[in-house]
Write a protein that binds this ligand. Structure first.
Ligand SMILES: Cc1cc2nc3c(=O)[nH]c(=O)nc-3n(C[C@H](O)[C@H](O)[C@H](O)COP(=O)(O)OP(=O)(O)OC[C@H]3O[C@@H](n4cnc5c(N)ncnc54)[C@H](O)[C@@H]3O)c2cc1C
Length: 421
């Protein structure tokens, strides 16, 4: 079996991508004694970590493609500023992904997806722990809980079977609240909020960008190398790449980990695997002086919009837009997020807010690829974490190190294999 082929000894490893996934893989590989070089044209964290909502969403185990979704998607897509949109010019390109996404909503695949996400998230914080402790970043992970709120009975009824019933059956701790109970927790919430679900085990980071930088600094301090180089191609031998080409030169590592987020698809192809990766582009508004305070991050279940108290102010983030990695941002989507912010928190001040767009690396079954290449034994894949890449980066790094060493893995990696499509 390929997974048993790991040969334990220290090697030269190239990690492609310095996002949270690449940095966590690099740190875990470094702990195993490998000499690790991270290649990325951008400084660590400049991808999705620059603007995500900062939630270690240990309860986010429900795949996005829920049963019955097929009937809801057309309605969702009619609103050009709704939570999910496919740009008309991108529809044909997105179609195969969308069809797989709808296929994943069948009861069997959906339940398997839940189990596989649950397995990862159960180990998410534990796997981060040694990395966070070593970097002295304990105060950057705050375990204060997460509050999901609804103003519409209909939205709550739609989400309850998954976010409450299925989750509590799986053992996720949660508390169902009415509007009054939600406002007792967060007095700034609108009187229009009628339902809440509080998840006490969830943690958040008040600066997910700085979090990656701090982890990357620790990696460097311990002898790791980060080079500002874009990978452009490979020279392939029978066991994997013999040369990694970058815009600046060439490298000859023993093993390669591909962790380039939403940009991984063409590189995976060059490494022998066709993976149906696309991007669900997300947006945020950063409000520097919100004039309302939240004790814990809040998520609007009606509008799929996250409100996270951060070091720089209040971040209002969300939106899923299919338009590929290269199209210009549509900042009207940020205006929509800000309007949701006002609706959930009536006293909100949005003066001076900044706007951001980032490319979530997404696979249609909501699961990442965390796998040895099915084709080349020296190639590993770690990408496609979609909505929960910050959450599951630590466990991903740990699994990649275990696969490379040929050790038994912390969880069964079969659901995340590269050849499952
Ligand atoms: C609005 C929004 C909110 C989110 N909120 C949350 C949240 O609350 N909790 C959560 O868990 N997740 C959240 N996410 C998702 C999470 O941010 C991502 O899943 C995660 O950051 C992906 O990390 P990554 O390292 O795979 O990709 P990225 O952070 O995008 O990093 C990929 C890196 O690869 C580099 N790269 C690309 N091409 C090449 C190349 N050819 N050679 C070398 N390097 C290359 C890029 O420069 C980039 O630095 C959110 C995402 C968005 C957009």
């Amino acid at each position: 079996m390929a997974e048993a082929e790991g040969n334990g000894g220290p090697r030269q490893v190239a990690v492609i991508g310095a996002g949270i996934i690449g940095i966590c893989c690099a740190l875990y590989l470094q702990r195993d004694g490998h000499q690790v070089t991270v290649l990325d044209p951008q400084p660590p964290g400049e991808g999705c970590s620059r603007g995500n909502s900062g939630i270690f969403a240990l309860v986010h185990c429900v795949p996005d493609s829920t049963p019955g979704l097929v009937w809801q998607v057309p309605g969702m897509m009619l609103d050009p500023l709704g939570p999910l949109i496919v740009r008309p010019s991108y529809l044909l390109k997105a179609l195969p992904w969308l069809l797989r996404f709808l296929a994943a909503s069948r009861r069997g695949p959906f339940e398997a997806g839940f189990a596989a996400l649950y397995a990862m998230t159960q180990h998410a914080l534990v796997a981060y722990q040694p990395l966070v402790e070593s970097a002295g970043a304990q105060d950057m992970v705050r375990k204060q809980g997460w509050l999901l709120v609804f103003e519409s009975d209909e939205s709550f009824a739609k989400e309850k079977p998954y976010k409450v019933d299925m989750s509590s059956r799986a053992g996720i701790r949660l508390e169902v609240l009415d509007g009054k109970g939600a406002r007792e927790l967060e007095p700034a919430l609108s009187p229009s909020i009628r339902h809440g679900v509080f998840y006490p085990e969830v943690a958040h980071s008040t600066d997910p960008f700085r979090f990656v930088q701090v982890l990357a600094e620790d990696f460097r301090r311990k002898g790791g190398t980060i080079l500002a180089e874009r990978v452009t191609g490979f020279e392939m031998g029978p066991r994997g790449p013999t040369v990694v080409h970058t815009e600046a030169g060439r490298h000859t590592p023993d093993s390669v980990v591909l962790a380039a987020g939403a940009y991984s698809k063409p590189l995976a192809r060059m490494l022998g695997s066709r993976i149906p990766l696309d991007t669900e582009r997300g947006y945020h508004a950063m409000l520097p002086d919100p004039r309302v305070s939240l004790k814990v991050p809040v998520m609007s279940g009606d509008f799929h919009c996250a409100l996270t108290p951060m070091a720089e102010g209040l971040r209002v983030g969300g939106s899923v837009e299919f338009a590929g990695v290269h199209a210009a941002p549509n900042y009207a989507r940020v205006d929509k997020l800000v309007s949701v912010g006002h609706r959930v928190l009536p006293g909100l001040n949005d003066a001076g807010h900044t706007r951001w767009m980032g490319c979530r690396p997404s696979l249609p079954d909501s699961l990442p690829v965390v796998s040895r290449s099915p084709r080349y034994p020296t190639v590993y894949f770690a990408f496609g974490h979609g909505q929960v890449g910050l959450t599951n980066a630590g466990i991903t790094g740990k699994l990649i190190a275990e696969l490379m060493a040929g050790r038994p893995t912390t969880i069964d990696t079969t659901p995340y294999r590269a050849d499952r499509f």
